[in-house]
Design a protein around this ligand. Structure first.
Ligand code: NAP
Length: 320
């Protein structure tokens, strides 16, 4: 008998067909609505493998209901939506999709940095609202990117790819990471600094760590108060790393100049959220890895991880 698999969102047929070679597949057929919790609670009881997204909370309560589950394949590099310890206790393999989305996410991070620094969204709105009456010397002026200091927290795969892009813009790159990266320092001529110096010296601060207990609210009131009042915060990692209330206050008080956010503590962020009312915030709906090529590749790799795990082969990307 083939192992039973549940896919929590509609994915391309070509990939479903590949999974069907070795598995019995059921899928939540909606493209834009997450699978309801009750449905997942029901399905989890009978399946051997789960293909899920970061929109599903795979917590201990849910895992307790699973009796045959062997593999959880997350279609993301981050896996903060899964209770890893609970999965480990149950002997379930958890896989993710690192690497393939690195450059696409670094591109978006840099695009967001540029859009925020040069007020692209605000300027486009200004034109559309027919407010553009003349050219004037200080109209819609932003911050320079070239020659500025970029601070990166989390010099992993995406951090390194963002650093590479920054060098092309003649930026000075400094970073902080829980472990030093001498190879990357040498290769890219970037400098490790302590967190306080990173906060003090950065014109742009990019958050690129995973979201864990240690990184929860890593950027909060105190950190924001150390930053330059011309500084721009860019978060394309996970919302919970930045304390949004503290960020709102820092932006209103002009303790920092602007923020570019692709991720939020609650997703989707309610449109009534105070942060979205600020003109110096550029906000995106978690599109870091959203290129056609990369999203297809992520589906493909998540499918491969799942089928290998269920067929007694070692998946390529094992978290635990
Ligand atoms: P990665 O290669 O694992 O890099 C993460 C880096 O963060 C590592 O260098 C790690 O240090 C460092 N780190 C971990 N905890 C830290 C802490 N407490 N303080 C300082 N540094 C810490 O991961 P990645 O592929 O670059 O991805 C990073 C994150 O980006 C993912 O976890 C995901 O949440 C997010 N992401 C978002 C999108 C999006 O759509 N917006 C897309 C892709 C990824 P060590 O080297 O010591 O382990």
């Amino acid at each position: 008998m083939k192992p039973k698999v549940y896919i929590t969102r509609k994915i391309p047929n070509s990939i479903v067909e590949k999974i069907e070679y070795t598995c019995d597949v059921e899928m939540w057929e909606e493209e834009n609505t997450p699978v309801p919790r009750e449905v997942l609670e029901n399905k989890i009881q009978e399946i051997d493998g789960l293909f899920c997204l970061l929109t599903e909370t795979i917590d201990e309560e849910l895992l307790e209901k699973a009796s045959n589950l062997k593999v959880i394949s997350n279609m993301a590099v981050g896996y903060n939506n899964i209770d890893i310890e609970a999965a480990k206790r149950k002997g379930i393999t958890v896989t993710n999709t690192p690497g393939i989305l690195t450059d696409t996410t670094a591109d978006l991070t840099f695009a967001l940095l540029m859009a925020t620094a040069r007020r692209l969204v605000e300027s486009s709105d200004y034109l559309q609202k027919e407010e553009w009456e003349t050219w004037s010397p200080m109209q819609l002026t932003g911050q320079d990117i070239h020659g500025a200091t970029l601070g990166i927290i989390g010099m992993g795969r995406i951090g390194e790819a963002v650093a590479k892009r920054a060098l092309g813009f003649d930026m000075k790159v400094i970073y902080h990471n829980r472990s030093r990266k001498p190879d990357i320092e040498e290769k890219l001529h970037i400098t490790f600094v302590e967190m306080e110096e990173l906060l003090q010296s950065s014109d742009f601060l990019c958050v690129l760590t995973p979201y864990t207990k240690e990184t929860h609210h890593l950027i909060s009131k105190e950190e924001l108060s150390i930053m330059k009042n011309t500084a721009i915060l860019i978060n394309t990692a996970r919302g919970g790393i930045v304390d949004e209330q503290a960020l709102y206050q820092a932006l209103v008080n002009k303790d920092i100049w602007a923020a570019g956010l692709d991720v939020f503590e609650e997703e989707p962020i309610p449109v009534t959220h105070p942060l979205l009312s600020l003109q110096n915030v550029v906000s995106l709906p978690h599109i870091g890895s959203a290129s056609v090529k990369t999203r297809l590749k992520m589906c493909e790799v998540a499918a491969e991880n799942l089928t290998k795990g269920l067929n007694n082969e070692k998946p390529k990307h094992v978290v635990i």
